[in-house]
Every structure is written in C-alpha cells, then in structure tokens.
Design a protein around this ligand. Structure first.
Ligand SMILES: Nc1ncnc2c1ncn2[C@@H]1O[C@H](COP(=O)(O)OP(=O)(O)OP(=O)(O)O)[C@@H](O)[C@H]1O
Ligand SMILES: [Mg+2]
Length: 231
C-alpha cells in the first residue's frame, strides 16, 4: 500500500528527510519512533505534501503521489491527525467532523455513526465549540474528523502527547480497533515503546532525518529503545 524509495523531504534548501526507504502493506500498522526533532512529523507531513519539496518516490496504493496536491492526496484516502490536533476551536464539534467529509470521494456529507460508537462523548458535545473541549476530547475530535473522510490510511502524529491518562488508554484502544477490526492501514508516531511493541506490525526508528533501525513489532526491544530513544 505504501512504498517510499530514496525519499528526501525539504524545508527551504535543507533536506530534513534523507534517503528514506520502507514499505507498508495494506492493513499493517507501522510505528515511527525517534528523539525530538529527528524528522518524524516531517515524514507524516510529506505524505500530505505539506513540506516544501519531495525528491524520490512515494507510492500510495500503487500510485505515485509525490507530485500531487494536498487535497488530491486526501481524496485518495489519506487521513491525517496532526501533532497538536489542529481542530478548529471556534467551529462546533459537528462542524469539525463535517469538515472531514469534504475530502470524501463519494460526495457524502453525513457524519459516520461508528465515530460516535468509538467516541460517545462527541455525540453529547456536538454543539459545543471545539476549543471548549479538553485536550483529550480534542484529540478524539481530530481522529473523528479524519475518520469522517473515510480513509484507507490513517496517519497519527503523537496522538497521546500531553493527554490525561484515562483518555490515553481509550485512544490506544481505538487505534488498535481501527487497525484490527476496521482494517485501516496506520502510520503512527509514538513515544510509548510498550504500546508500539504491542500494536505494531513494523517499526522504524529515525535519527537526523534517516531511518536507523527497522523491524517487526516484536523486535522493538527495551534494549533497542534504551539505545536509540533515551537522551
Ligand atoms: N516548517 C518548518 N520549516 C523549517 N524547518 C522545519 C519545519 N518544521 C520542522 N523543521 C525542522 O525539521 C527538523 C525535524 O522536525 P520534525 O518536526 O519533523 O521533528 P519530530 O521528530 O517530529 O520532532 P518532535 O518529536 O519534537 O515532534 C527539525 O530540525 C526542525 O527544526
Ligand atoms: Mg513531531
């Protein structure tokens, strides 16, 4: 489903990502780990065409997407939940979710009911402004918005960063269900090594814009994490 070959991604003149090569099969979950500032978010943004320039090849579902506009990539079924959530604070919960539907290929604008099965609290808060929700609820809303576009690939950038522990567990459960039950392919930036090990088919560790280790979930040992992720 995803194949990156010799991928470079630039902000201005500097290549933040350098020579990334990896593949991810349909229905798999891949975690992206690494210290601060190594290029994890840049990799996620590269999938949406949100960096200044890409070199190399980035294929999604057999199509080369490196040259496509952001809206066209979303329409191909790439759902993005950015680091820091980026919901629209003055829009209601309903409006935020409906916004996601504008990237749908089939033109439907209704909110998918399963979103409220995953996040019942959002149904109660439909008319509240997004900005009035707690951080954890905003994260749930950001996931709901991405699901409303009916994606095939879901990109989640540190979805539990700075979120109260009771909601962390809930978000972890939802990520697992979306992958195992709904069959979504998932790219997940995640700092929690035990969680990444438990849910990942594959992982990569990045350092200074490059992939320094790649393996299967089970190969993500504490010793490896200690070596590459501690400061
Ligand atoms: N919009 C931008 N313009 C220029 N440089 C940027 C931009 N965004 C990020 N960078 C630079 O690219 C590098 C990688 O940043 P990135 O945000 O991808 O790292 P990260 O691994 O996601 O870090 P964190 O763990 O803090 O989220 C950093 O050196 C950063 O300063
Ligand atoms: Mg980041």
């Amino acid at each position: 489903m995803i194949e990156a070959r010799g991928l470079y991604s630039y902000y201005g003149k500097s290549p933040v990502l350098q020579n990334l090569t990896f593949t991810l099969q349909k229905g798999e979950l891949m975690s992206v780990l690494g210290r601060n500032g190594v290029g994890k978010t840049t990799l996620m943004r590269s999938f949406l065409g949100l960096t200044d320039r890409l070199e190399g090849s980035l294929c999604f579902g057999g199509a080369e997407i490196a040259g496509l506009r952001t809206a066209d990539r979303a329409r191909l079924g790439i759902g993005y939940i950015p680091q820091g959530r980026e919901i629209i604070p003055r829009f209601t919960v309903r409006e935020n979710i409906v916004m996601g539907t504008y990237a749908r290929r089939d033109g439907r604008r209704d909110m998918p009911e399963f979103v409220f099965e995953l996040f019942p609290i959002l149904k109660d808060f439909l008319d509240r402004r997004g900005g009035d929700l707690s951080g954890g609820q905003q994260q749930q809303l950001a996931i709901a918005r991405a699901l409303a576009m009916d994606p095939q690939l879901l990109i989640l950038d540190e979805p539990t960063e700075g979120i109260q522990p009771n909601i962390v567990q809930q978000i972890h459960d939802v990520i697992l269900r979306l992958n195992r039950e709904f069959g979504l392919t998932i790219l997940l930036v995640e700092q929690n090594v035990p969680f990444a090990r438990r849910v990942s088919d594959r992982f990569i560790v990045m350092d200074k814009g490059r992939i320094v280790i790649a393996g299967t979930g089970a190969e993500l040992t504490d010793a490896l994490a200690e070596k590459h992720l501690t400061f």
